[in-house]
Design a protein around this ligand. Sequence first.
Ligand code: GLN
Length: 453
Amino acid sequence: FSSVELTQHFLARIKRYDSQLNCFITLTETQALAQAKAADMRLAQGDSSPLLGIPMAHKDIFCTNGIKTSCGSKMLDNFIAPYDAHVVQKCATSGVVMLGKTNMDEFAMGSSNETSFYGPVKNPWDTQAVPGGSSGGSAAAVAARLVPMATGTDTGGSIRQPAALCGISGLKPTYGLVSRYGMIAFASSLDQGGPMARSAEDLALFFNAMAGYDPQDSTSLLRDPEDYTAALGQSLAGLKIGVPKAFFGEGLDAQVAAVVQAAIEEFKKAGAELYDIELPNSHLSVPAYYIIAPAECSSNLARYDGVRFGYRCEQPKDLIDLYKRSRAEGFGAEVKRRIMVGTYALSAGYYDAYYLKAQQIRRLISDDFKQAFKQVDVIMGPVSPTPAFNLGEKVDDPVTMYLSDIYTIAINLAGIPAMSIPAGFVNDRPIGLQLIGNYFSEAKLLNIAHQYQ
Ligand code: GLN
């Protein structure tokens, strides 16, 4: 196939199915066809870059020069960034063809895509079900074959949980491997971009294009570039797999547990050894996260004041009215809830009791993983406690919604990498297996996933 043919194929699928799924906020058909033509010229000249001419989509949290970047919010519905995110630049350099920008929970706050200003995404396996969130548009688009791969971001599970619920693969990298420059901030110490695709091999190729040092992000890690496909194909004989008891306790759906356990057993056949491990502080990860993430979000979202960019209310009476009404009208309910929780947690007199305590717990959680990785090479468990739930089922109950990320959040608090890969089905809805590794073990995780698939 030529890149133009591939691009036309996927654009046709988007036009045919996306009215039912709502994966895309913006389609960039004209630009995509121009990029595909350019890719075909490079291919004809003998350029064999692996991603050259391959269609993909960006989560609408990544700034794209001249193309709307909404972050799923009314606040940025009119925002056209004057520059590309580092990830967008890197992908463009690899020669991919961007078909559009995918739907997401507002400012990446959510686990079901229901907080998006543009309406929820539907799960392609069952349109009654949520696709997960916040990268639900990317996950559903890949699952429905509207695009072969898409970018996502993961602050507490937003790549892995929608990947699991839509039956695709996703990688949340080690914090600092993917630049956050031009990736709209939610909780800066946790946010990390990563690839979503159908196989570990695709993820590895895509991740090669996304990762890399960027002086424009002060938390970007200066490391020698690595080829993440290099370990694909290595034997798993002697691999030590840790299975945390804490991930199989109360709250985990019994059928999900059975699918995940059966998947882990498969690795024994490939020569791996299983070990029970303890992650004694993991029950504290959701409460710690729901202090730290809102605290950072309340600070990051202070920039949306109706003055510099984004939504501005009609006819403000004075400056205070402009701030108040622009924010009241521009943000949705979940974003406001987080800003209020975060502002409270950071207030004088409460800081020590909440924010400082949460930071101490964060260290304990990270130490638990350090201990575990002295014993084992990889940790396996569920991604989400249940299969995809129905649209509307949890919208009025934030705490139940927050518990969707009970197995993914600790990984962001520690800054380590983790993946979700398809492991089976419960009631015809996909279930993910989570692979968690030590810092910089992406190549190893990708190989483990590759062997399973
Ligand atoms: N669901 C979690 C939240 O709402 C995680 C979101 C994310 O990873 N961006 O905060």
